[in-house]
Design a protein around this ligand. Structure first.
Ligand code: HEM
Length: 130
C-alpha cells in the first residue's frame, strides 16, 4: 500500500476516536514549556478543529495537491507571525505519532513510518517559510 493511503486509513480511524485531538494537545503541550507558552491565549476547542483540517492538508500535499495551504501555514507560523521555531515541529510530530499509536489500534510500525514520511514532506514546506 502507498504511504499516503496508509496514512489516510489510519487518520480515518483516529478521527473516529472521540478524544484523538484532545489527547494530541495533551501530549503536545506536555512536551515542552516552549509549546505551552505559545498556546496560553488560544481557544483550544477551536484549535482542535483547525488542526483536523491542517493534518488533512499535509496529507493532501503529499498526494500531489499544490502547496498553497501549506505556504499560508508557513507564513502564519513564521518568525513574523506566531514565531514557531523549526525545532518545535519535531515535538509536534513526536506528539502526533504517539497519539496515533494510542488511538489507532490497527497501526503497526509501517503505518507509523508512513505517517512520519508523509507529514515530513509538508512540515518541510511550512518550516521553509520560517
Ligand atoms: C495556529 C496547523 C505546528 C503553534 C494554527 C492553525 C493551524 C495550524 C491550521 C490555525 C490557522 C492559522 O492561523 O494559520 C498546524 C500544523 C502544524 C502546526 C498542521 C504542523 C505541521 C505548530 C507548532 C506550533 C504551533 C509546532 C508550536 C507551538 C500554533 C499557534 C497557533 C497556531 C501558537 C495560533 C493559535 C492561536 O490562534 O492562538 N496551526 N500547526 N503550530 N499554531 Fe500551528
Amino acid at each position: 500500500m502507498k504511504p499516503t493511503d496508509r496514512v489516510m486509513q489510519s487518520y480515518g480511524r483516529c478521527c473516529a476516536s472521540a478524544s484523538f485531538f484532545d489527547d494530541f494537545y495533551v501530549n503536545f503541550l506536555a512536551s515542552s514549556p516552549m509549546v505551552r507558552e505559545k498556546f496560553v491565549q488560544t481557544d483550544m476547542a477551536a484549535q482542535k478543529h483547525l488542526l483536523r483540517a491542517g493534518i488533512l492538508n499535509l496529507v493532501l500535499f503529499a498526494r500531489g495537491m499544490p502547496d498553497t495551504k501549506l505556504k499560508a501555514l508557513g507564513q502564519s507560523h513564521s518568525r513574523s507571525g506566531f514565531d514557531i521555531r523549526p525545532e518545535l515541529y519535531d515535538l509536534w510530530l513526536a506528539a502526533l505519532l504517539r497519539t496515533v499509536g494510542e488511538h489507532d489500534e490497527a497501526a503497526g510500525k509501517e503505518d507509523l513510518q508512513a505517517w512520519r514520511e508523509v507529514l515530513g514532506k509538508g512540515i518541510d514546506v511550512i518550516k521553509s517559510y520560517y
